[in-house]
Ligand binder design. Structure first.
Ligand code: FES
Ligand code: FES
Length: 204
């Protein structure tokens, strides 16, 4: 659990003395919670998240950087947790799919994936969501927020799916991105620009 250091191997058995000497305490924020865990120094961030903390939303696929299903966000950037050492999380912010929604509400991407049939077996979905959410956060602040479906395909290029054929996944990400840009345009519009004359501020 976040906050409580754990000692043990993947099966929960105690580590022997020699291996225990190669344990590191990693202190970081996990889905916004200050967290400290003890892990063997050679463990990956994927092993930390799944086997020490028990957040199994992050999937273990190829374990060698090919499939993207282990993607989490490290200081906001998508990273392959199977190729990232757990100790690299020291002092940093890690976000997994369990932390994607806010206040018990699903993230708009999760809603769109469900609504548009973008998940079938769902094994690739957490990684897709983490890659797409990182891109959406960049898009929200970009000077030039233009994109097309090829952009989304590139964003998700490191995330493999065996089920969907990708079309519905891109549909879902595109739908959320377009909503985001529509909201951004609304909030960027000059105050009163679309208001009826009677509601516009009148200079004294
Ligand atoms: S499990 Fe990390 S890329 Fe496949
Ligand atoms: S939905 Fe099954 S692997 Fe993507």
């Amino acid at each position: 659990m976040p906050g409580a250091p754990h000692h043990g191997n993947r099966d929960g058995a105690p580590l022997d003395a020699t291996r225990a000497r190669r344990i590191a305490i990693v202190r970081f924020h996990l889905n916004g919670e200050p967290t400290a865990v003890a892990v063997p120094v050679h463990w990956t961030l994927l092993e930390l998240v799944r086997y020490t903390v028990g957040l199994t939303g992050t999937k273990q696929g190829c374990d060698k950087g090919d499939c993207g299903t282990c993607t989490v966000r490290l200081d906001g950037d998508p990273v392959l947790s199977c190729l990232t050492l757990a100790v690299e999380a020291e002092g940093r912010a890690v976000e997994t799919v369990e932390g994607l929604g806010v206040g018990g509400e699903a993230h708009p991407l999760q809603d769109a994936f469900a609504r548009l049939g973008a998940a079938q077996c769902g094994f690739c979905t957490p990684g897709m969501l983490m890659s797409a959410s990182a891109w959406l956060d960049v898009l929200a602040l970009a000077d030039d927020p233009t994109f097309d479906r090829a952009t989304i395909a590139r964003v998700l290029g490191g995330n493999l799916c065996r089920c969907t054929g990708y079309t519905k996944i891109i549909d879902a990400v595109e739908a959320v991105a377009r909503e985001l840009l529509a909201r951004r345009e609304e909030s960027d519009a000059p105050v009163g620009a679309d208001a009826p004359d009677s509601q516009r501020a009148v200079a004294p």
